[in-house]
Ligand binder design. Sequence first.
Ligand SMILES: [Fe+2]
Length: 423
Amino acid sequence: MQKKMVSYLFFLLITSVTLSFAQTPAVNPYPAGSYPDRIFLNITEDASTSIAASWRTGVETGENFLEIMPATDTPSGIKNAMSYKAFTEPFELNNVKANYHAARVKDLQPNTLYMYRVGAGNYWSEWFHIKTAGKPGEKFSFIYMGDVQVGMRTLWPRVIREAYKKVPDARLIMYAGDIVNRGFNDHEWGELFDGGSFIHSTIPGLPSPGNHEHADNAEGVNVITPLWRVQFALPDNGPDGLEETCYYADVQGVRFISLNSQAIWFGGEMMQRQIDWLHTILKNNPNKWTCVTFHHPVYSVKSNRDNKNLREKFQPIFDQYKVDLVLQGHDHAYGRGMKNVAMPDKKGTSATMYVVSMAGSKMYDENKQDWMDKAAGHIQLYQVITVDGDKLSYNSYTATGKLFDAFDLIKQKGKINKIVERR
Ligand SMILES: [Fe+2]
């Protein structure tokens, strides 16, 4: 009995040490240095003609640059690269200091393979390839990830690597929030960038923030981590006060929209601004397809969770403008379905497909709800979505690459008129 008690106390000691290390490591495991790191390629408002990269270096470094040129087979071609001076911002949070850099390049050629690097002097990144987006209607694929949040450098890297192996030419990766567990902890972002490695520098990312990227400040106001805006360079086309968390980007005939659902959850002015903005960008939308991502789901996977503001204020907008796909996270289980199906032979208001998924290792139980056509728990997933003219094909794969869920949406005269289940 005494032996049992001793081993239990030892277990508690080890657990508390592990947890405290997970929260505040005694030694910063990801110090910024002379070489650029955390190099993130951001989605841009027009991905066919522009790119935006962000990265960091140590505080001892000075100005940094982005060099870019059409990709060549001969290494001697790099002397012809164009150089762009980065916007540099010294930054400190919780005693972790770094210089953050961002560079945006415009007037690129669509559907063209470029090579770029970032840095200065003797300290440059490797050259990365990036293919600009093509024209509306041309076939392309993108990746969607639910919450990463836990296991960023342990169990999630295998998921993003499988996704990259499946579609190395994906045009973007969407993250539906809670990308890390504690958004104000620098080392958690270090783990995320460690886990994603060069993939983050090769395929543009479209991150949407979750509740874990927010926390209450000294005045008790819930705010996004200041690391969000320094380490990303996302489109600045959203409402005031929600910069780079609420934005849109057009890629080959699809309008991608990120909403800040944490601000929606709290309601008030920041929700209203998103409502007004969403009406504007959906009313003036020349794209055939519309895909919206945010963190808190309109319809939850768990019966005891309800994000009322999203359901009552935003679903009617998705219905009104016939948003095709809503990609969400937060519930750590999988759910997929259409709440209101408006097929040609049925009366209804919507043909929006809602998905909740998860990518990291934090898991909740499966919870089948009425709205779902497919549900699962305790499984790591990534999604590959391919848009080809009037057809959108959705494939959800397990961490080991097995097809788990699949459907096609087929449009006629601008509306979805057929859903082909392939699960
Ligand atoms: Fe969450």
